[in-house]
Write a protein that binds this ligand. Structure first.
Ligand SMILES: Nc1ncnc2c1ncn2[C@@H]1O[C@H](COP(=O)(O)OP(=O)(O)OP(=O)(O)O)[C@@H](O)[C@H]1O
Ligand SMILES: [Mg+2]
Length: 273
């Protein structure tokens, strides 16, 4: 007589990358979430040690735990921040600009195919519930690829391909999360930066630097990340698309131990360990 196999333990319900992503608390202690469902993505910027990678980790953690509907591409010029999540990533790019370019070119091709599929199925964009995943691409130390290594032609290729993916990818549920110390035009081409409605300015050295992140003239209206004390790590001004004034928030902090535990759990949920 055959005995039935013991049932595999059911997976816990997946988070969804289409749902709001908890990233910070506001000044009254209320949770602050990013709604990535209809965004190009977000740019995080601020001086060294101001808290960008800590802020970024909250988004990556949510993406990694959204195992049912989030494909993860991670690029890290410095390797160590996003390297923790390597086992969860569908694609991981370290400090290699040619690898980064080839990954973005593949995304470009996939976006073209996705747009054709949307047209064929009489849809204008991928939305939650229609069975297509969100593709989250997170780039820490963006300047490494966009302005530092490789030849001028390679950097330009990286920037133009990333801009096309960000611009056309929104319809195909592609989201881009970019972290850099300063998103000035020599580091992030203005045509790329201006696509992003969400901006998160951590402490900046000057009002001008803060305005580069939050938009020209914002400091004059009283909102400047240069006013954040340099001891207040993780504090920043978050500007969301459609909101006229940025909110002062403090990024949620995951310890190294918590990050490793979440990454290991997400890797298991994704069948990667
Ligand atoms: N939200 C936070 N809560 C508590 N501590 C924080 C927070 N954000 C940052 N820190 C502290 O500041 C340190 C530097 O933060 P982080 O690595 O995120 O800076 P960064 O802006 O990414 O710097 P870099 O430009 O050098 O990459 C962290 O290791 C942590 O000790
Ligand atoms: Mg960092």
């Amino acid at each position: 007589m055959f005995r039935s196999r013991p049932a595999l333990p059911a997976l816990p319900p997946s988070l969804s990358m289409f749902d709001p992503v908890y990233v910070a608390d506001d000044e009254t202690g209320r949770p602050v979430c990013l709604d990535m469902a209809d965004q190009v993505g977000i740019i995080l910027a601020g001086e060294p040690g101001s808290g960008k990678s800590v802020g970024l980790a909250n988004i990556v953690a949510h993406g990694a735990l959204s195992y049912a509907d989030c494909r993860l591409t991670l690029m890290d010029g410095a390797l160590v921040e996003l390297g923790i999540w390597r086992a969860c990533a569908d694609v991981f790019v370290g400090p290699d600009i040619n690898h980064a370019i080839s990954v973005l070119e593949k995304q470009q091709q996939e976006i073209t195919e996705c747009c054709e599929m949307l047209l064929d199925t009489r849809r204008r964009k991928v939305v939650q519930g229609d069975g297509d995943p969100m593709h989250l691409t997170v780039i820490d130390e963006l300047a490494y690829f966009s302005a530092t290594v490789g030849t001028k032609a390679e950097r330009e290729k990286f920037n133009t391909t990333l801009r096309d993916c960000s611009a056309r990818g929104r319809k195909c549920a592609r989201r881009y999360v970019l972290a850099t110390q300063r998103p000035s035009s020599d580091i992030v081409p203005t045509s790329l930066r201006d696509l992003f409605g969400y901006r998160w300015a951590f402490r900046c050295a000057t009002d001008d630097s803060s305005d580069v992140v939050l938009g020209r003239g914002t400091a004059k209206t009283g909102y400047t990340a240069a006013a954040i004390p340099d001891t207040a790590r993780g504090v920043g001004l978050l500007r969301a698309e459609g909101k006229r004034v940025p909110r002062r928030v403090k990024a949620a902090y995951l310890t190294d131990d918590e990050l490793h535990r979440i990454a290991a759990r997400a890797a298991v949920l994704r069948g990667r360990s």
